[in-house]
Design a protein around this ligand. Structure first.
Ligand code: GTP
Ligand code: MG
Length: 213
């Protein structure tokens, strides 16, 4: 039966209703769901490729990009289900897009669903998709001031993945300052340092995922 949505709701209210439906469906299926958010090129898909190689079919991924199916193709090639959403210009995913994309996933045997949001440090943080937690991805080449300049994501994230740490020496990056800035915004978030390129710190991320399930 088609669902009834009152006409006078704002876009945000409609989104939140659908997000609630998603959350219930995920819970009923026993799925843990993460909404991964970070700047374009911060290394989100690289982390998912690594994760897919380790978790295989226990992981499913929904990819959000403005255009192309490249990220879903990359992650699928590493051994898990992956569905691409092309927003055609939209700078963030919404709950309805996720609901439709999830319809293409076979949940049997899947423990964790990770939604890679459109590369953007601002807009995705404001839209609920029905996830259990938002995960911020912050890469060293973006610079040290990003958490302070774009706080909305870091305030809401349950985990901050500081990635591309293999570049620390070249970039002369003040990791301790960045972690202190993150903690100032959100004292509860787990902060993990890692590199999808060298694998350094990735066991901490995999452990974080294991504890979710
Ligand atoms: N040195 C280094 N490079 C990395 C690392 N992770 C990703 N990269 C590189 O960073 C670039 C962007 O990586 P992606 O994983 O595509 O980034 P993304 O966040 O998914 O990008 P969008 O989907 O466009 O937002 C690629 O050239 C990767 O090879 C890392 O840990 N270390
Ligand atoms: Mg990507």
């Amino acid at each position: 039966m088609p669902k009834e949505i009152p006409l006078n709701l704002s876009l945000r209210e409609k989104n939140d209703l659908t997000a609630r439906e998603n959350r219930k469906r995920f819970k009923d299926l026993g799925l843990r769901v993460l909404n991964m958010i970070g700047s374009p090129g911060s290394g989100k898909t690289a982390i998912l490729e690594y994760t897919a190689r380790k978790l295989g079919k226990k992981l499913a991924v929904i990819e959000g990009d403005v255009a192309t199916t490249r990220d879903a193709d990359r992650v699928r090639a590493c051994g898990c289900q992956a569905v691409q959403i092309e927003t055609g210009g939209g700078c963030h995913l919404n709950a309805e897009q996720v609901q439709k994309a999830f319809g293409q996933i076979d949940p049997a045997g899947v423990g964790v669903l990770i939604i890679e949001n459109v590369g953007n440090l601002v807009c995705p943080a404001a839209w609920d998709l029905g996830e259990d937690a938002k995960v911020a991805v912050l890469s060293l080449p973006e610079g040290e001031e990003k958490p302070s300049k774009y706080p909305a994501l870091f305030v809401r994230a349950q985990a901050v993945l500081i990635t591309k740490i293999d570049l620390k020496a070249v970039l002369d990056y003040n990791l301790e300052q960045v972690k202190a800035d993150c903690r100032k915004l959100n004292s509860q978030a787990a902060i993990l340092e890692l590199s999808a390129k060298t694998g350094e710190g990735m066991e901490g991320w995999l452990e974080y995922l294991t504890k979710l399930t």
